[in-house]
Design a protein around this ligand. Structure first.
Ligand SMILES: Nc1ncnc2c1ncn2[C@@H]1O[C@H](COP(=O)(O)OP(=O)(O)OP(=O)(O)O)[C@@H](O)[C@H]1O
Length: 269
């Protein structure tokens, strides 16, 4: 008898503990007749040292889940668990600490990098938000991680290309030494070749640093490049998750796979 390949996550007793998880999270925007359920009972978990890809078409609720995971959107029900502790209701300094431990990188580095702040200071703030004093060596190490020269610290965001700015955003997230990175469509605004460059950089960092990451994209080929497992979202619901390439169970996943016929070979990690 042929044993079918596994389609779900590995059994819990062998899997590393989740760093970050959404547990039956529901998010509703608006009130009364205008209320829209954008996330409906969503559960996902990102085990330590792994990358969970989240894929789904535009408007399916991916960014809302990213925001809920980093504490920018408050769920109507359900829990966001960081190292098993519910952080969904936190405010003030406790929420600030969660945001340091869970670093969000978003699509548009122009909106996440202050145009008037030199790169060195932006990184210094991430290294130590209270002092924001430039530790040149730590800043240089951060820039080196994303293949930028140390003298980039003295320049402003507008002096860099879109791909370089996104690499700076990655560096800024990583120098904060987060428990997990939530990367939301970080290559969507980039040209194809630059997209590949950023993805390869991320794949390298994943392997080198053992990053834990939630990697979100509408593009399955992109998600595949950097993820260990994938969750497929549709209309605010996770329809399937696990190693979906081997044996996609849901018709929507099969459609997604069929419409991405030229998936690039996965980088060895
Ligand atoms: N702050 C908000 N207030 C009201 N509705 C919102 C808000 N943010 C998102 N929405 C709605 O929630 C739905 C899901 O949006 P979301 O941005 O999470 O989807 P997405 O899958 O990330 O799509 P995209 O890839 O296009 O950003 C959309 O219908 C959107 O209009």
């Amino acid at each position: 008898m042929t044993v079918p390949p596994p389609t779900g996550p590995p059994p819990t007793e062998t899997a590393p503990a989740p760093v970050l998880a959404a547990d039956e999270v529901t998010v509703v925007f608006g009130h009364g007749r205008r209320a829209q359920t954008v996330l409906d009972n969503v559960s996902v978990a990102v085990p330590k040292g792994t990358t969970l890809g989240l894929v789904g078409e535009s408007g399916s609720g991916k960014s809302t889940l990213a925001k809920a995971m980093v504490g920018l959107v408050r769920p109507r029900s359900g829990r966001i668990l960081l190292d098993g502790r519910d952080v969904s209701g936190l405010r003030g300094s406790k929420l600030t600490e969660v945001r340091r431990r869970v670093q969000l990188i978003s699509q548009d580095p122009n909106s996440s990098l202050n145009p008037r702040m030199r790169i060195g200071r932006a990184l210094a703030e991430a290294i130590d938000p209270r002092r924001a004093r430039a530790d040149r060596a730590a800043i240089a190490r951060g820039l080196e991680m994303v293949a930028l020269d140390a003298d980039a610290a003295d320049r402003y965001p507008h002096e860099f290309s879109g791909g370089q700015r996104q690499r700076i955003a990655i560096a800024r997230a990583l120098v904060a030494e987060p428990d997990i990175v939530v990367a939301d469509e970080i290559t969507s605004a980039l040209d194809c070749s630059v997209q590949a460059e950023v993805l390869n950089l991320l794949a390298g960092l994943r392997a080198r640093l053992g990053l834990t990451m939630l990697f979100i994209s509408h593009d399955l080929a992109v998600v595949r490049h950097v993820s260990d497992a994938v969750a497929v979202m549709r209309h605010g619901v996770i329809v399937e998750q696990g190693r979906i390439y081997d044996a996609p169970a849901h018709p929507y996943t099969r459609r997604l796979l069929a419409s991405a016929p030229s998936l690039p070979a996965k980088e060895p990690s």
